[in-house]
Design a protein around this ligand. Structure first.
Ligand SMILES: [Zn+2]
Length: 299
C-alpha cells in the first residue's frame, strides 16, 4: 500500500468527502421510495458510477451506500436479514471506485427508532445491530467509519462505542444533524453543540462534525465556527468535519428543492474551512458539481 492510512491523512489538512447519494440516484432514473441500500446488490454499476463521478470531481474519500443498511432501517423494506450482504457489497463497490489511492468511509446512519424509555429499542440490541453492520463493512474493505445524521446523544454514544469495539485502529468520524433554533443550534432531540461535541469527543472519535439539518449556508458557517470553538475548548485534539446541505430546501409541490449555486456552496465551504474545519463534503442536494466547485476553491 503506497498511501498513508486515513488516520494519518486527516492530520495533514483538507480532506474532501463526497456529496449526496439520493439526488444522484434520482438523476440516474432510480425511483424514489426504493431501498437505496439494496441497490448495492441490484444495481451495483449505478452506485459505482456515482462514486466515480465524485472522485473525478475531486473527492479524496467516498462514503459507502449503506446509510440505511442497519437491520432496523432495512427491516422497513423487509430486508433485515440482508445486512451483511448489503454492507459488504457497498464497501466493495466503493473500494473498486476508490482503488488504493483514495479512501472509503463505511457509512452508518441512525436506526430510525427510539431507545427505551422513549421507544422500544434496547441498548444491547442497537449495539449488536451496529456491530453487525460495521463488521460487514470491514469485510468489504473500508478505511474508516462515518456515523452520520445522529439526533439523539444516547443513540450516538452506543453507535460510536459499537463501531469502536470492532474497528481496531481505523478512524471513526461522528456527526449530528443540527437546525437553527433561535440563537442556538440543536438537533431534533434537543442536543446542543457543546453537549454533542464534549460527549462525542470523550468517546474517542477521530473527527466530530455536523451534517444535514435545515440551515442556510450562512448558518452552516456560523455552526462551523461554534463547532471549532467547542472542540478547541477540550483537551483532546480531534478534526472537525462538515457536510452541509446545498442550503435550505424550498418546498415545491411537496418536494424539497435545493436552489443554491455551486459558487455559493463553494464560498460557504471556504468560510467553513477558514473557521478550522478540515474535512468537508456535502449532504442533501449536493452533487459532483458542488464538490468540484469546492475542490476548485480549496485545493
Ligand atoms: Zn442530508
Amino acid at each position: 500500500m503506497g498511501r498513508m492510512s486515513l488516520k494519518e491523512r486527516i492530520s495533514k489538512g483538507l480532506l474532501l468527502l463526497d456529496g449526496a447519494m439520493g439526488t444522484q440516484l434520482f438523476a440516474r432514473g432510480i425511483e424514489a421510495g426504493k431501498c437505496n441500500d439494496y441497490l448495492n446488490i441490484e444495481s451495483g454499476d449505478t452506485i459505482l458510477d456515482i462514486h466515480r463521478a465524485y472522485l473525478e470531481a475531486g473527492s479524496d474519500a467516498v462514503l459507502t451506500n449503506t446509510f440505511g443498511a442497519n437491520q432496523y432501517a432495512l427491516g422497513r423494506h423487509g430486508l433485515a436479514d440482508k445486512v451483511a450482504m448489503i454492507n459488504t457489497a457497498g464497501a466493495e463497490i466503493a473500494r473498486r471506485a476508490a482503488g488504493e489511492e483514495k479512501y472509503v468511509l463505511g457509512d452508518i446512519g441512525p436506526s430510525g427508532e427510539f431507545l427505551e424509555p422513549l421507544g422500544k429499542m434496547k441498548p444491547e440490541e442497537l449495539k449488536d445491530a451496529v456491530c453487525e453492520q460495521a463488521k460487514a463493512l470491514l469485510t468489504g474493505g473500508v478505511d474508516g467509519f462515518i456515523i452520520e445524521t445522529m439526533m439523539a446523544l444516547d443513540e450516538a454514544a452506543i453507535v460510536i462505542e459499537a463501531v469502536k469495539s470492532v474497528c481496531g485502529d481505523l478512524p471513526v468520524f461522528a456527526s449530528m444533524a443540527f437546525d437553527k433554533r433561535g440563537d442556538d443550534f440543536k438537533t431534533m432531540m434537543g442536543v446542543d453543540v457543546n453537549a454533542a461535541v464534549s460527549k462525542i469527543v470523550a468517546l474517542g472519535v477521530d473527527a466530530v462534525g455536523f451534517n444535514c439539518g435545515t440551515a442556510t449556508l450562512g448558518e452552516y458557517v456560523e455552526l462551523a465556527e461554534k463547532f471549532v470553538l467547542a472542540v478547541r475548548a477540550l483537551s483532546q485534539v480531534v478534526c472537525v468535519f462538515a457536510e452541509p446541505n446545498a442550503g435550505k430546501p424550498e418546498l415545491v409541490d411537496d418536494k424539497a428543492v435545493y436552489n443554491v449555486s455551486t459558487e455559493d456552496f463553494a464560498a460557504a465551504a471556504e468560510k467553513i474551512h477558514s473557521a478550522g474545519v478540515t474535512i468537508i463534503g456535502g449532504c442533501c442536494g449536493t452533487g459532483p458539481e458542488h464538490i468540484e466547485a469546492v475542490a476548485g476553491k480549496l485545493k
